[in-house]
Design a binder for this molecule. Structure first.
Ligand code: ZN
Length: 580
C-alpha cells in the first residue's frame, strides 16, 4: 500500500528540524529540550522526541502532538495549511483538487512570484537611494532592520518597476492585478513612486502586497498608500509583522497592536517583538479570528484620539465580544509608539506593562466629557461604557465593571445592572470561538497507571510482567490498552495503530515521552514500573478485600457454608500477598 501524503511527510521530515526553525533546542538525553513557545516560562519544559517524532510541553500549557499539530499551533493555521506547508518542505506532491482550484492556485503562484520579484527590486533601489537611506537613518531604523523587514524604495520614475517586470516576462495586466500598476491617461504607470516601501507578508513571510510612505511629502499626495485588495492581498486579513511577531506573541501571551509600519518596525527593534499593525486601525472579524489563535490579550497602542473614534471602537467592541482582554497603552500627546520605543525602550516597556483596561479608558474618557454629578451626565457616562461592558462574555468581569461604574457615579449597583440588562446587543461578529480546555487533575490511580504505560513504552521487556493477575488491577480503559499490547506482542506505535484507537495511541506516545523526560534511562523505568505495579496491586487488593469482607458477612447471614469457605480462603491468600 502506498504511503498517504501525511505518512510520507512524516517519513521525510524530522520533527526536530522543523521545530528548530522556531525554538532553540538543546539535548536532554535521548530527547531535545527548549523553552516552550506556547506559554511563558523560565526553565525549559518543552520536549521533542526524535525517536517518536512527537513533542510535548510538561509545563504550564501541556500541549503536545506530532509535526502537523506543531505547525498548526505555532503558525496558527488549520490542518490543510499545515499539510501544504510541510508537503512543500518535504517535496511531497499533494493530490490535485480539480481544474478550477488548480487554475486559481497557479494564478496565485504567478502573482506571488511577481510581488516577490517586485520586493527584491524595491530593496535594490533603496540600497542606491541616499535620500531614502538618510530618512530611515533619521527614524533610527538599523541596517539589520532594513534587511529584516525588507524595506525598499520605489523611485520617482513613472515606470521603473513596470519596465523591470516586463523584462522578467510579466505583463502589465499582471502587474495591475498584483496592485502595482495603475491605468492613467498616459497608459499604465507604477502605483508607487518616490515612496519608502514596506512589503506586507503572510505568516510564512511570503510577500502579499505593499504599503508605501512618501519620501518627500507633497501637496495633493497621500502620505501613505497601500496596494488595493488583490487575490493575494486581502486587507481585512492582513496583519503587518505577524510573521515576525508570532513566536513572541505566543510566548508572552499578549500582542501589541499599533497603527503604522514604522511603529511595528521600531517597537520590534527596541526588543518588544510581540507587535503587529492592522491595515487601518479598525480590527476586522477575520483579523481577530487570526489573532485569537495566538493570544487572548490585546494591547492597543494607538493615538488616544484614534482609540476613541467610532470605527476603531467598533473593532474593539468586536474584540471584547470575542473574549479578548483589551488594554490601552497611554502615550504622551503627539507621539507614536515608534517615537517612544526608539528613544527609550525602558519607557516603552513600562508603558506597555502599565497599560490599562480599555473599559477604564472609556470610563475616564466619558468622565472627562460629561458631568458625573448631574443626573443627565451620569446617564451619558453609563451609556457610553455599558455598551462595551455588555459585550464581555465573562459575567464576573461584567459584574466588576458594573461595580466600578456604580462607584464612580455614586449610584447603586442594581441600577447600573438594570441599565446593563436593558441594552440590546447587535452582534456583528462570527460565531464564538471554542475555548481550549485544560487537562483535568489525575487521581493517584490514574497517575500510577500512566506511569506504568510510560515505563512499558521505554522498556518493552516489562510487558512480560503484565500477567492476568496484574491486568485486573487496572481501570478498564487501561486494561484495553494493555490487552492490545499483549495481543500484538509489540509496543511499536505503528504495530499498535491497528489495535488501539487513535486517542489511545497518542496518549501512549505522550506518556512515553513524559516518562523518558522524568526518568532518563531504561533501568529506572523498570524500577518505576515495578513499584507502580506493586502500588496498583495493593490498591486493587485492598478494594477486593473490602468487597470480600462484605460478601463474607452476607454469606454468614445467609448461612452459606460453602460460599463462606471459599471467600475466607480467598481473603487469606489476598491478605498474605498484600502484607508480603
Ligand atoms: Zn508550554
Amino acid at each position: 500500500m502506498p504511503l498517504s501524503p501525511t505518512e510520507e511527510i512524516k517519513e521525510r521530515l524530522d520533527i526536530a528540524d522543523v521545530v528548530r526553525d522556531y525554538v532553540k533546542l538543546e539535548k536532554a538525553g535521548a530527547n531535545l529540550r527548549a523553552i516552550c513557545p506556547f506559554h511563558s516560562e523560565r526553565s525549559p519544559s518543552f520536549f521533542v522526541s526524535p525517536v517518536r517524532q512527537t513533542w510535548h510541553c510538561f509545563g504550564g500549557c501541556g500541549e503536545g502532538g506530532d509535526i502537523f499539530t506543531f505547525i498548526m499551533k505555532i503558525e496558527g493555521v488549520e490542518f490543510r495549511d499545515a499539510l501544504h506547508m510541510l508537503a512543500e518542505r518535504a517535496g511531497v506532491q499533494l493530490p490535485s483538487r480539480g481544474p478550477e482550484v488548480e487554475r486559481t492556485e497557479s494564478q496565485r503562484k504567478r502573482l506571488s512570484d511577481l510581488v516577490e520579484l517586485a520586493s527584491q527590486f524595491f530593496e535594490k533601489q533603496l540600497a542606491s537611494s541616499e535620500d531614502a537611506l538618510l530618512y530611515l537613518a533619521s527614524r533610527k531604523v538599523s541596517k539589520e532592520g532594513i534587511a529584516k523587514w525588507r524595506i525598499g524604495y520605489a523611485p520617482l520614475a513613472k515606470r521603473a518597476l513596470l519596465d523591470f517586470l516586463l523584462t522578467r516576462g510579466f505583463t502589465e495586466r499582471e502587474a495591475m492585478s498584483a496592485g502595482l500598476g495603475v491605468r492613467t491617461e498616459q497608459g499604465v504607470l507604477d502605483r508607487f513612486r518616490g515612496r519608502i516601501i514596506f512589503p506586507v507578508c503572510d505568516t510564512q513571510s511570503r510577500v502579499l502586497g505593499f504599503g508605501g510612505r512618501l519620501l518627500r511629502e507633497a501637496e495633493g499626495m497621500a502620505k501613505y498608500l497601500n496596494c488595493p485588495n488583490t487575490i493575494l492581498y486581502d486587507k481585512s486579513r492582513a496583519l503587518y509583522g505577524l510573521d515576525k511577531a508570532k513566536v513572541a506573541i505566543r510566548r508572552q501571551d499578549a500582542l501589541v497592536l499599533v497603527e503604522g509600519y514604522m511603529d511595528v518596525i521600531l517597537v520590534f527593534e527596541s526588543g518588544f517583538e510581540n507587535v503587529v499593525a492592522s491595515s487601518g486601525t479598525a480590527l476586522t472579524p477575520s483579523q481577530l479570528r487570526i489573532l485569537k489563535r495566538y493570544t487572548d490579550n490585546l494591547i492597543l497602542a494607538f493615538d488616544m484620539d484614534t482609540a476613541g473614534d467610532t470605527a476603531t471602537r467598533r473593532g474593539i467592541d468586536l474584540a471584547l465580544e470575542q473574549g479578548f482582554h483589551v488594554k490601552v497603552v497611554e502615550m504622551p500627546k503627539g507621539t507614536d509608539p515608534a517615537d517612544v520605543a526608539s528613544s527609550s525602550s525602558e519607557e516603552w516597556g513600562e508603558r506597555v506593562k502599565t497599560a490599562s483596561s480599555i473599559l477604564a479608558f472609556y470610563l475616564s474618557s466619558a468622565l472627562s466629557r460629561f458631568d458625573k454629578n448631574s443626573p443627565e451626565g451620569k446617564g451619558k457616562i453609563a451609556g457610553e461604557v455599558l455598551g462595551s461592558v455588555k459585550l464581555i462574555p465573562n459575567r464576573i468581569e461584567q459584574a466588576y465593571w458594573v461595580r466600578e461604574i456604580a462607584k464612580v457615579l455614586d449610584v447603586s449597583e442594581s441600577v447600573v445592572h438594570e441599565e446593563l440588562l436593558s441594552i440590546k446587543v447587535q452582534s456583528e461578529s462570527a460565531p464564538a470561538f471554542s475555548v481550549p480546555q485544560s487537562s483535568p487533575k489525575l487521581s493517584r490511580r490514574e497517575l500510577l497507571e500512566e506511569k506504568v504505560l510510560g515505563a512499558l513504552m521505554i522498556s518493552p521487556e516489562t510487558l512480560g510482567d503484565i500477567t492476568d493477575e496484574v491486568i485486573e488491577c487496572f481501570s478498564l480503559s487501561t486494561q484495553e490498552i494493555l490487552e492490545g499490547m499483549r495481543k500484538s506482542a509489540s509496543l511499536d506505535p505503528s504495530d499498535l495503530s491497528g489495535v488501539l484507537s487513535e486517542q489511545a495511541a497518542s496518549r501512549l506516545s505522550r506518556l512515553s515521552l513524559q516518562f523518558e523526560v522524568e526518568m532518563e534511562g531504561a533501568e529506572k523505568a523498570t524500577e518505576e514500573f515495578a513499584s507502580c505495579v506493586r502500588e496498583l496491586f495493593r490498591m486493587h487488593a485492598r478494594e477486593r478485600l473490602d468487597t470480600i469482607a462484605k460478601e463474607i458477612k452476607k454469606a454468614e447471614d445467609e448461612k452459606d457454608e460453602e460460599g463462606l469457605a471459599h471467600l475466607v480462603s480467598e481473603f487469606q491468600v489476598l491478605s498474605r500477598k498484600l502484607h508480603f
